[in-house]
Design a binder for this molecule. Structure first.
Ligand code: NAP
Ligand code: MG
Length: 521
């Protein structure tokens, strides 16, 4: 992937997928069968770059639909848990090929349903492929431990076992990658799943499901229930037979889910919001820092949990940075992401666009300087979509609402600081803790940032976005509850550690009580 949205190579700027835009009625997948919602209701999935383009209709499902899905997944768990992991790994190998073969089609459809440019949606699919590749390897690993016993003729070991039905609730900004982060390790560990994607981006999970089925996974192990969070998501979290819940989304919904799951003592992973910072030191490579701030500020139209919506700049390079940053932002080409050369898409919905525009007004009222952008785009190529200009505020104070709250749009606040100590202080003075970046040529400052920035991810001389699928992903503080997705951590979350003691001494040896040492011969 190009390090800079502004510099995305031209050949990557256009979809090569040749299918016509089609509209279809999609269904749930429950108990191994395609079916409508028991309510009979549907919701429309529309292209946010052109709302006259109807992508399809999807079921608005009910609690009863969730109940059927969980029942089926619970039944399937009884035997799926016993399938040897290397056998499951072979299904993932087939899945990698299928996803690779369909990558361009998935990317095209993802851009159509949620707006980010085609080079980004290709990356989203690739992240899913990488997550599948990692799962293949885990099928032959999932290491336990052997540990010496304190007693003779006794053997201690640990191993990992699946847990049961995993309820997965996912957001719209990474419509395929995030579902794979949850679904693949859950299935690889031997669990079964019920997933509810965001109602505004259901098609990418529908595509993923078809790939999983084509790869030969037994249909009953994966159930997809489309619909609203307040109904379907809520029912999955509350269901007594979903001992594992994995959620990615906003802090507000995360808190609700946490309070619903806590009395039932469920294992819950929560990946929530962010307000990530990029620190630019006086000795930074400024051109590189500008590229990174454009990519992290306006990539995915600023709608990434790891987006850098705060840029904290030492005063020695502040003015030069701002000048270069605005110049680069002007070059962004905003439009429908499947078209040639587009580097920033629409916001995902009218509601999100309104939120962005409201925050822009708040920033102005609170005394920040609107240095670039700030308006809705309404020209001929934008009039049917939810487009906002890339927007830069300068003269921002650290405690302004636009510097503290997650806007989830293409709005970046630049904060000037006197020195590096103050930069770290301002960076940490926030409720979130997902990602951070620092631009410096000084190895001491780089390591200090790694140690002191209160974020789950820190990038040295790179953008706040760009996590790799085999590395742990997640945040500190208000960004979550301490779990990590990606890499090996996910396998720990989706499995239970079991300790086993094998005593072949033929006597009752009591740990901590009998101090038995074999006699000298
Ligand atoms: P959201 O509004 O919290 O929704 C996330 C998911 O939860 C959707 O599927 C939603 O369903 C569902 N939901 C809503 N209310 C629910 C309830 N009461 N019970 C159960 N499920 C419910 O978040 P979003 O707008 O989709 O995504 C943006 C947010 O996600 C941002 O805050 C962003 O930072 C965060 N995010 C975090 C990460 C991370 O890894 N830390 C990654 C990506 C995004 P419907 O929307 O279909 O109703
Ligand atoms: Mg849509």
């Amino acid at each position: 992937m190009s390090p800079s949205a502004a510099k995305a190579p031209k050949k990557e700027g256009k979809s090569t997928y040749k299918f016509p835009h089609d509209t279809k009625k999609y269904q749930n997948f429950i108990a191994g069968k395609w079916c409508d919602s028991s309510s009979g209701e549907v919701s429309e999935n529309r292209n946010p770059a052109n709302v006259t383009d109807l992508v399809g209709t999807f079921p608005r499902s009910t609690k009863e639909d969730v109940d059927r899905a969980v029942k089926s997944a619970k039944k399937a768990f009884a035997w799926w848990r016993l399938v040897p992991p290397p056998h499951r790994a072979k299904m993932f190998y087939r899945l990698v090929d299928i996803m690779q073969k369909n990558k361009e089609m998935y990317a095209f459809q993802m851009t159509r349903e949620m707006g980010k440019p085609i080079f980004e949606t290709r990356g989203d699919v690739q992240e899913g492929i990488d997550t599948a590749l990692y799962a293949c390897g885990e099928g032959y690993r999932m290491f336990g431990k052997t540990v010496p016993s304190e007693l003779p003729s006794k053997f201690n070991m640990t191993t990992r076992f699946p847990i049961g039905v995993c309820g997965l609730v996912t957001p719209w900004n990474f419509p395929m990658a995030i579902p794979t982060w949850k679904m693949f390790p859950a299935l690889m560990c031997g669990n079964t799943v019920v997933i509810k994607p965001a109602e505004i981006t259901p098609l990418s999970v529908w595509n993923l499901l078809n790939a999983v089925l084509e790869a030969g996974f037994p249909p009953e192990v994966i159930n997809v229930v489309f619909g609203a969070g307040s109904k379907v998501g809520n029912a999955i979290v509350e269901h007594p037979d979903t001992p594992v819940v994995s959620f990615t989304g906003s802090c507000a919904v995360g808190r609700k889910i946490g309070s619903l799951a806590a009395p039932k003592l469920k294992r819950v992973s929560m990946e929530l919001g962010g307000k990530n910072c990029t620190l630019i030191c006086n000795d930074a490579n400024l051109d590189l820092a500008v590229d990174a701030c454009i990519w992290a500020g306006f990539g995915t139209t600023g709608q990434r949990c790891t987006a850098s919506s705060r840029v904290i700049v030492e005063e020695g390079v502040h003015d030069e940075f701002v000048e270069k940053f605005i110049k680069a932002a002007k070059k962004l080409k905003v439009g429908y992401g499947n078209d040639e050369g587009i580097t920033m898409g629409p916001t995902v919905s009218e509601e999100q666009m309104k939120t962005d525009l409201e925050y822009i007004e708040i920033g102005k009222k609170d005394g920040a300087t609107l240095a670039f952008g700030g308006k809705r785009l309404t020209g001929p190529e934008h009039k049917n979509g939810w487009f906002v200009q890339p927007t830069i505020f300068t003269d921002c104070k650290p405690k302004m609402r636009t510097s503290q709250e997650e806007i989830f749009g293409p709005v970046v606040s630049v904060i000037k600081v006197k020195n590096y100590d103050q930069a770290i202080e301002v960076a940490n003075d926030i409720e979130f803790g997902l990602s951070s970046a620092v631009f410096t040529q000084d190895v001491n400052k780089a390591y200090r940032a790694f140690r002191d920035l209160e974020t789950g991810l820190t990038y040295i001389n790179s953008a706040t976005i760009g996590a790799e699928a085999h590395m742990p992903f997640g945040g500190m503080k208000g960004t979550g509850n301490g779990h990590r997705e990606g890499g090996w951590g996910a396998y720990e979350f989706y499995s239970e550690t079991k300790a086993c003691y094998v005593d072949w001494s033929g006597t009752l040896q009591r740990a901590q009580i009998d101090d038995i040492v074999p006699k000298k011969k």
